[in-house]
Design a protein around this ligand. Structure first.
Ligand SMILES: [Zn+2]
Length: 379
């Protein structure tokens, strides 16, 4: 019996890197290159870094992020935000973000950042947005020159612990024809329910604008329920705790509560970030991550990086970990990727074009290449 190239697992690493991937949940300030942090700290006189050696600094970030608490995890951002307070610094990290995603085989990404966190040295929120847009455009142009296809849409994030969400929602609408595709709220979840920002969400809905909400990561079902039923979120950032509304009986059959049913029935996309969820304690291991169950049950699951620096990860690494843990093959990777593209905030016809012209042909090519390899290995 010849091995099936669509279901064969684990998928070889080189094919995972080359496979077209779509990323919906990635924080700009969570993806800096360690050496860039050091360079930027030096240029701006930022003296608080725990190390000025790139390898050591990378290790420090991953260890600090592995503490098991969301609050501790968020502390690591003090440094990445601390060194990105000038136009040059922001433009550089945005450019490098696009370069790194393109090199990793990402074909479409939504990258989010909070303008309000970059104002310490006198930039305005509009300047922050303009620099990130310019940096991303440079990175994508560079990738195109190197033969890689990458499109990036930006999401403006408001900090849920602060009070600027309405103003930032207005900026998201102001810049929607210039590369900003949506809005998000992020930050410590417990004690800061999404309904605190209802004004921003109601404004966005009146403006026919898209938004996602970090919900169901550190905090459970009430947060997910508010995000969907009060705020009207298009997608859920993480949403892992939706499993709290699913019970398995003695035979292993799943029973969905009303909220879990609603999320599945309405095809509400879940932006799952496996490594990040293990780091913050939202899941106890990749093998036990709820993504396996939710995929089996047909939820609209997507795979994401969250914070590439803190988790020491990439889209390829997340896919490789899942392929290893759950036996996912190229067909499953394609399913996650199509799910993500369908759930993106760009217009429907453009999503469809990327699916039909980039994703499907890309996976078909890799499938036949893997089939050849398997045949040769058997022969
Ligand atoms: Zn996040």
């Amino acid at each position: 019996m010849p091995l099936d190239a669509g279901t064969y697992a684990p998928v070889p690493d080189d094919l995972i890197v080359r496979a077209p991937k779509v990323l919906l949940h990635d924080h700009l300030d969570g993806g800096l290159r360690p050496q860039t942090i050091i360079d930027l700290a030096e240029a701006s006189g930022y003296g608080d870094l725990p190390s000025t050696h790139a390898d050591e600094l990378a290790r420090w970030f991953s260890e600090a992020a592995y503490s098991g608490s969301l609050e501790r995890y968020l502390e690591t951002f003090k440094h990445t935000v601390g060194v990105t307070q000038t136009p040059e610094a922001l433009r550089r990290v945005a450019r490098e973000c696009a370069e790194d995603l393109a090199a990793d085989g990402v074909v479409y990404a939504e990258v989010r950042f909070a303008p309000e966190l970059h104002l310490e040295r006198g930039m305005s929120q509009r300047e922050v947005i303009a620099e990130v847009l310019a940096g991303v455009a440079e990175g994508c142009a560079g990738a195109a020159a190197a033969g890689k296809v990458l499109r990036v849409g930006l999401l403006l994030t408001a900090m849920r612990t602060a009070t600027h969400s309405r103003e930032i929602a207005e900026l998201a609408v102001e810049y929607r024809d210039q590369g900003v595709v949506g809005f998000d709220i992020a930050g410590a979840e417990a004690g800061f329910p999404p309904t605190r920002h209802l004004d921003a969400f109601e404004y966005l809905r009146r403006e026919n604008a898209h938004f996602t909400i970090h919900a169901g990561e550190a905090f459970g079902l009430p947060s997910i329920w508010e995000a969907i039923q009060w705020c009207g979120a298009d997608r859920l950032g993480h949403g892992v705790r939706i499993v709290d509304d699913i019970t398995l009986d003695a035979e292993g059959a799943a029973h969905l509560g009303r909220l879990a049913s609603y999320v599945r029935d309405r095809r509400i996309p879940l932006e799952m970030c496996p490594s990040s969820n293990v780091q913050t304690g939202a899941a106890d291991s990749i093998e036990h991550h709820p993504i396996g169950l939710l995929k089996d049950l047909g939820f609209r699951v997507t795979v994401n990086t969250d914070n590439r620096l803190m988790s020491g990860t990439s889209m390829s690494r997340e896919m490789a970990l899942l392929s290893e843990a759950f036996g996912y093959g190229l067909d499953d990777m394609r399913w996650f990727t199509v799910n993500a593209m369908k759930s993106s905030f760009i217009p429907f016809d453009e999503r469809l074009r990327t699916i039909n012209e980039v994703i499907k042909p890309g996976y078909a090519e890799l499938r036949s290449e893997l089939a050849d390899r398997l045949e040769r290995a058997e022969g």
